[in-house]
Design a protein. Structure first.
Length: 173
């Protein structure tokens, strides 16, 4: 990790380490200083006692948009029971393949969030590349399920169906 820390390979290495070692360990903290939405996202420490599903996504990602329908259904079924979904993302410097400054891209992400993820509209969305580094996000979406005690119970790069994700959600509820 030291050798590749400042390269694009860092996330891939961290993803492989997380695949082997993250489940059963305390969830790394999220950086929530910069965010999209009207509500500042709570830190994972503030959410201790509630199951948390992290949905690490990209505004340009078609699989993320498909995952959004699964998240909506899970939030409808388990939100009243305490399930919290956080949706960290990052800036990529582009909008639909064209270079974009951070302000324009942030505005675009806000629009994508409202159009493609209406159930997440009221959720503050942490905006930080550091979260993607910590969680080894070289594949979007990446899902991380954290139990009430702050322990990672699922780390999965890539999309999951409702049927695949449901047993994990039930275990932490």
């Amino acid at each position: 990790m030291k050798r590749y820390r400042a390269t694009s390979i860092r996330e891939r290495i961290q993803k492989n380490i997380n695949l082997i070692d993250l489940e059963g360990k305390p969830a790394p903290p999220l950086e929530v200083k910069t965010y999209i939405g009207s509500n500042k996202p709570k830190s994972l420490d503030e959410l201790r006692g509630r199951p948390v599903l992290l949905f690490l996504w990209a505004h340009w990602c078609p699989d993320c948009k498909l995952q959004g329908t699964v998240l909506t259904r899970l939030m409808q079924e388990f939100g009243a029971g305490g399930l919290t979904v956080l949706a960290p993302t990052e800036l990529y410097g582009t909008i639909q393949g064209n270079a974009a400054d951070p302000s324009a891209e942030t505005q675009h992400i806000t629009q994508v969030l409202a159009q493609s993820y209406p159930a997440l509209h009221s959720v503050g969305v942490p905006l930080s590349s550091e979260n993607f580094k910590i969680y080894g996000v070289s594949t979007t979406p990446t899902l991380v399920l954290i139990d009430r005690g702050g322990i990672v119970r699922l780390y999965r790069p890539g999309r999951m169906t409702y049927e695949e994700l449901l047993p994990y959600i039930k275990r932490v509820m």
